[in-house]
Design a protein. Structure first.
Length: 432
């Protein structure tokens, strides 16, 4: 709620809900509960009169602001409100008001222009409230979609790689891994229109014309088999459309069904005499450094030993490299590797995760780990036959996105050259 009554005041003329809002706003300013109740009663009395409030509002607002500034009591403000509502009511007029005048106390800000408000006011609600006029059919939508959306969401809204799938998934909602798409899951069509209009295409949000958004929305319905390809969506028939999962959401009834179960009187008997705080979690370091010993920490030793004990005859160079590694550096690299281990594994049982397994990476061709789906740049580097050495690795790890433009590795990079040396040594200890 706004700070001064002045800025509460004008919107309040638009409806009683906001008058009530004013009451709550005031409540946070340390008025007593009784006074608030009383104010609400008074507000309720004003309720009937508030419906068509308007034009003398600004003059009245100024008056009211003076009153507020002068520290007049609550009674006087309510009286002012009543008077203002009564006079505004008699003058009639449109329901929209300009934005608040600058706060007279602080002198900050200015009145927002109607255009500025319109630019913010893009929301579309269930039933289509807030939609601009326009229309578009699924057939047109297919073209617009192919041009603007298919690169990520697929020609048929089926989703490319990991980009969201927008179609299908019907009857999977009760499964362990439900496919929640616009078609199978979203209860309101307005969400589709609003979402696309507001935030897509990803990276070029709000570049679409309303007709395009209608057409795309129609096409997404078509790709979900919910309409035919000649289906035209417009502001006129929008509200009629019912989504597949419209009944799949329920009103949250936990306040009645669950809260009472958990909100019983707390036991206050037989309490300890005194309770002291002995340590703060941040100091205690509740996440131990050696966490993850089950996978990372124990493995390197084992592999390291294996590699040293049974050098493969085809790769004597690798053996020398391993043997020459500084154990301290490797140990340090193991710590640095924690930054990588969310996505990469090393060691005997290493698997491809978000990133490829990195055993033997130094000396290996770029993008050549079996079974991993690389990005285009990495596939291209593999075709060129580029090979990882310490220097390439250092450049890559300093700024992955700069060195391999288009890489899918979402990692900002390692700032300290010493960390890079260490992690490279650590990787080398797994062959390569
Ligand atoms: C560059 C890739 C890209 C392009 C192009 C793109 N999107 Fe998206 N889209 C995304 C990503 C990423 C998300 C998920 C965003 C999130 O969850 O925050 C998404 C989410 C969506 C969703 C919500 C899906 C869900 O189930 O939550 C819809 C609907 C959608 N996009 C429609 C479109 C339409 C229509 C276009 C073309 C006008 C488009 N997108 C273009 C990447 C893209
Ligand atoms: C958020 C996940 C993530 C993190 C964190 C991450 N990587 Fe990666 N990494 C990937 C992905 C994904 C790829 C595949 C890149 C591609 O296909 O564009 C990759 C590729 C690589 C490659 C190339 C592999 C090959 O076969 O050519 C190396 C080397 C690598 N990462 C090392 C590291 C190191 C070292 C760290 C930590 C300092 C690290 N990564 C952190 C996800 C990650």
């Amino acid at each position: 709620m706004s700070k001064s009554l002045n800025s509460i005041f004008i919107p309040a003329l638009g409806g009683v809900a906001l008058l009530l809002g004013a009451a709550y706003g005031l409540s946070s300013r340390d008025y007593g509960r009784d006074q608030i109740d009383m104010l609400q009663d008074r507000v309720a009395q004003v309720e009937g009169q508030a419906a068509t409030a308007r034009s003398e509002a600004e003059a009245e607002a100024a008056k009211s602001a003076e009153l507020a500034a002068a520290g007049s009591d609550l009674e006087a403000r309510v009286a002012e409100l009543e008077a203002a509502v009564a006079s505004a009511r008699s003058s009639g007029g449109s329901m929209t008001q300009g934005a608040p005048q600058p706060d007279t106390k602080t002198g900050l800000g200015r009145t927002a222009l109607p255009e500025e408000i319109a630019a913010w006011d893009v929301d579309v609600r269930p039933g289509g409230i807030g939609l601009p006029e326009g229309r578009g059919d699924a057939y047109t939508g297919e073209e617009v979609f192919a041009e603007n959306c298919a690169i990520c969401h697929g020609d048929f809204a089926e989703g490319v790689d990991n980009w969201p799938v927008l179609a299908g998934g019907f009857d999977t909602l009760a499964d362990k891994d439900p496919v929640k798409t616009v078609g199978s899951y979203w209860p309101y069509l307005s969400t589709v229109w609003d979402y696309v209009n507001r935030s897509m295409p990803f990276g070029a949000a709000q570049t679409l014309e309303p007709d395009d958004v209608y057409a795309i929305t129609a096409y997404i319905l078509y790709s979900n088999d919910l309409v035919d390809d000649d289906f035209e969506l417009s502001h006129e028939n929008f509200a009629e459309f019912e989504m597949y999962n419209k009944d799949g959401f329920i009103v949250d009834d936990r306040a009645e069904t669950e809260y009472p179960i958990w909100r019983t009187e707390p036991c206050m008997e037989n309490c300890k005499d005194s309770v002291e705080i002995t340590m703060h979690a941040s100091v205690l370091d509740v996440t131990p450094e050696e966490e993850g010993a089950d996978q990372g920490a124990a493995m390197p030793e084992a592999t390291h030993d294996d590699a040293a004990a049974e050098p493969t005859s085809e790769e004597p160079a690798a053996e020398t490299a391993v043997a020459a590694l500084d154990p301290e550096l490797v140990a340090k690299g193991e710590k640095v590797f924690k930054k990588c281990s969310a996505c990469h594994q090393v060691g005997d049982s290493a698997k491809n995760k978000t990133g490829p397994a990195l055993n033997g990476i130094i000396g290996q061709t770029f993008g050549s780990v079996d079974g991993f789906k690389y990005s285009k740049v990495f596939r291209a580097a593999a075709e060129e036959g580029r090979v990882w050495d310490a220097a390439e690795m250092a450049e890559f790890l300093t700024k992955p996105k700069a060195y391999m433009k288009g890489t899918r590795m979402s990692f900002a990079g390692l700032k300290k050259p010493a960390d890079i040396d260490a992690v490279t040594a650590y990787l080398q200890s797994f062959g390569g």
